[in-house]
Design a protein around this ligand. Structure first.
Ligand code: AP5
Length: 210
């Protein structure tokens, strides 16, 4: 199963990718997590990406295409994967197509901009492992502490309201056109927002026929 999760910032791609990778037994590849780790470690890629990420802008396509081509060569990708946050532009989608990668499905998570802005203010992420929580919808067992690794939970810098606004603008301009791109190829499946995280997972599995 080769799957792309599309959706606005905060639509729940990371949350659902974590659930689906366990259910489908395939890895998740999140360009956001890869870039955040690169920034934290001060690698050349991280140094290039930081200013774009802090401003809520997209990192240049050539950087992303390099990261993803390398990652997809790793052995754990042999039986499939879930792409979270990539492709994000038509150029990235065309690069994947040119590399001969054929996807089984592209699931677009549909959440309104208003709901996104509300969600982002409550998001907390683990500064060690990147796991994502929400103070009301997905709270950790102990406030401020990651259930998975015991790391400290923090707010992401790019979750500041003004930056979320820029990220939504970029999403509508650069990423939303991918829905038509994949609909033309007969791959697009849309999943409307549901009252709970679990209900969204069930809706995704339904459209995937699982
Ligand atoms: P990235 O990390 O990919 O950010 P994003 O796409 O903006 O997505 P998020 O991680 O913010 O949200 P999500 O959809 O995963 O939602 P989550 O599950 O956390 O990218 C960050 C930056 O890196 C970009 O801005 C860009 O600069 C760069 N970048 C990355 N990839 C790139 C690429 N391909 N090209 C160029 N640049 C790239 O959920 C959000 C919150 O809501 C959480 O608190 C969660 O607990 C909660 N929640 C989830 N589901 C529900 C629900 N059903 N009900 C209530 N709450 C929910």
């Amino acid at each position: 199963m080769k799957l792309i999760l599309l959706g606005a910032p905060g639509a729940g791609k990371g949350t659902q990718a974590d659930i689906l990778c366990e259910k489908l037994d395939i890895p998740t590849i999140s360009t956001g997590n890869i870039l955040r780790a690169a920034v934290k470690n001060g690698t050349p890629t991280g140094l290039k990406a930081k200013a774009f990420m802090d401003a809520g802008q997209l990192v240049p396509d050539e950087v992303i295409i390099g990261i993803i081509s390398e990652r997809l060569e790793e052995p754990d990708c042999a039986k499939g994967y879930i792409l979270d946050g990539v492709p994000r532009t038509i150029a990235q989608a065309e690069a994947l197509e040119k590399a001969g990668i054929v996807f089984d499905s592209v699931v677009s998570l549909e959440v309104s901009d208003e709901a996104i802005c509300e969600r982002m203010s409550g998001r907390r992420v683990c500064e060690s492992c990147g796991a994502s929580y929400h103070v009301a919808a997905v709270p950790p067992k102990t406030e401020g502490v990651c259930d998975k690794c015991g790391g400290k939970l923090i707010q992401r810098k790019d979750d500041a309201p003004e930056t979320v606004k820029s990220r939504l603008e970029v999403y509508h301009k650069e990423t939303e056109p991918l829905k038509a791109f994949y609909a033309e190829r007969g791959l697009l499946k849309t999943v409307e927002n549901q009252p709970t995280v679990e209900a969204v997972s069930q809706a995704i599995l339904r459209v995937l026929g699982r």
